[in-house]
Design a protein around this ligand. Sequence first.
Ligand SMILES: Cc1ncc(COP(=O)(O)O)c(C=O)c1O
Length: 386
Amino acid sequence: MHDAKSSALIDTYAQFPFEIVSGVGSRVRLRDGREMWDFYGGHAVCGIGHSHAAVADAIVRQARELAFYSNVVPLEIRTRAAERLVAFAGAGLRHVFFCNSGAEANENALKLAIQQTNREKIAVADGGWHGRTLLALSATTEEKLRKPFAKLLTESVRLKLNDLDDIRRIDDRVAAVIVEPIESIAGIVTLDPAFLAALRRRCDEIGALLVFDEIQTGVGRCGRAYIAGEHGTQPDIVTSAKSLANGFPVGAVLMNSRVGSRVAGGDLGSTFGGGPLACAAMLAVLDVIEREELIARAAQLGDRMRAALRIGPVCDVLGRGCLIGLRTTRPAKQIQAELFDLGFVTGTSADSHVLRLMPPMNLPFEAIDELGRALHWIGAGKEAAI
Ligand SMILES: Cc1ncc(COP(=O)(O)O)c(C=O)c1O
């Protein structure tokens, strides 16, 4: 195996014990020739499957026409991508600012809220994970990441999850409340619709902005374009990234007209944001999702995973669509390692007993059946044959 640890590459990631050389759809091929089902979806990024031909073709076509020009000139493809994305998102979102990553999208969303409300605090939900830049980190509750930068972080109100009474602690110094509608890294923890609706009401009362971080939940993964708008709860801002261009780096800050109309020239900026290659990839992704009806398919895959995977060491199935958590009776890391050996890539989470599945939305149903058989086998102490 290629040894990244002794190379020039900085050694900062805990890595899976195998090297991937190629991927097609939901399958990845390893250096040693083995193939695996990718229930990790390239880190929740390959929402329409690995190396999708439509995305590859769109990138190549655009690269031959105009690979890059920044926001100093208008580009038809950038305007088209913006219009297409807000139409796809719905939920009262009318404008978009493009950047390059999830953290950058959250950083800009929170900066906008601080600027537009002239306030300095943010409110977050316990377990929320929003990125590693300073404002995004201020909204992230993982202590290990926060500690070295504690002095630089913006003051945050940390809300008890799904606790309607605690919402009263959002006061008139709070610029924005930012939440993941389903907290992914925390271990697939779903925020109650009643909690989200109460956050909306409190933000209206107090004059704060409501931000949904849909970097993992969005782009169809949870059986809707975005969770924003579900049960009538519309946030002011939605942030999106990860699978938005299926692996080409893109971040997006989607906003309603109240927020969008108050953005003045020069308030936001990025050299690469909304570049033509990113826009071409994003448009191709949205085409594929609509043409192949992948939002409905994500919902069906979620139903199938919920029905089929409470088996062997799995005592509960959390989440929905293609964002699923498997609660395990033994440490999730052990089960993950055993699944690696059986040919399945899965992820862990901050909860030591939750495995995460974020597969492509066009995962074949048979892959779920195979994973079910593998879990059964693990549960039976590997006595029965798969
Ligand atoms: C919910 C959520 N928000 C923000 C981020 C940060 O995204 P990025 O790594 O693209 O900066 C992540 C990354 O995992 C995430 O899961």
